[in-house]
Ligand binder design. Structure first.
Ligand SMILES: [Zn+2]
Length: 169
């Protein structure tokens, strides 16, 4: 199977739902995304986190990705999942997916270049809730994606359940 970038004319499946950040491109290809090697992430510690917070990645989403901490709110989990799309951390995305809706595997599209996350609305999802929603716009090179995501606690930890894609106002 050629693993290079480029179109895959044979695949015209419907878009894969419930990614939490559905790829606007055709479904994820069979090529698996190499996880960042140790050391390659270091460059990210010198600038703000991919999730949009001003903190460095090391002080923000990395503690969730590494498992050192659990996202305390649905919004924090949403941000960390976006960061995981940026860094290609499919394992984290699967780990923070509700077992009820989690796909068997997740192949990220290495051609996607995420450029920013904007949280538009969040309901519940705090330390005092067991569910919540986050509405956000995720931008990528060439466009953006509007999604309202549902989150629940699973064994105490926030996980992504499902999403819908409202019309752009
Ligand atoms: Zn972050």
């Amino acid at each position: 199977m050629p693993a290079g970038p480029g179109p895959h004319p044979g695949r015209r499946d419907p878009p894969v739902p419930r990614t939490g950040l559905r790829s606007p491109l055709p479904p994820y290809g069979p090529e698996s995304v190499p996880l960042p090697r140790p050391g390659t992430m270091a460059v990210m510690t010198t600038r703000s986190c991919p999730c949009g917070r001003p903190e460095a990645y090391a002080d923000c989403c990395r503690r969730y990705h590494s498992g050192a901490a659990a996202a305390p709110t649905a919004e924090a989990l949403m941000r960390s999942r976006y960061s995981a799309f940026v860094t290609g951390d499919a394992a984290y995305l699967l780990r923070t997916w509700h077992p009820r809706t989690r796909p068997a595997r997740l192949d990220l599209d290495p051609r996607m270049r995420w450029t920013g996350l904007e949280i538009l609305d969040a309901t519940d999802g705090s330390a005092f809730h067991t569910s919540g929603t986050v509405t956000f716009r995720a931008s990528y090179r060439g466009g953006s994606l509007l999604e309202r995501s549902w989150f629940e606690r699973d064994g105490g930890a926030w996980v992504y359940v499902d999403g819908e894609f409202p019309e752009e106002p």
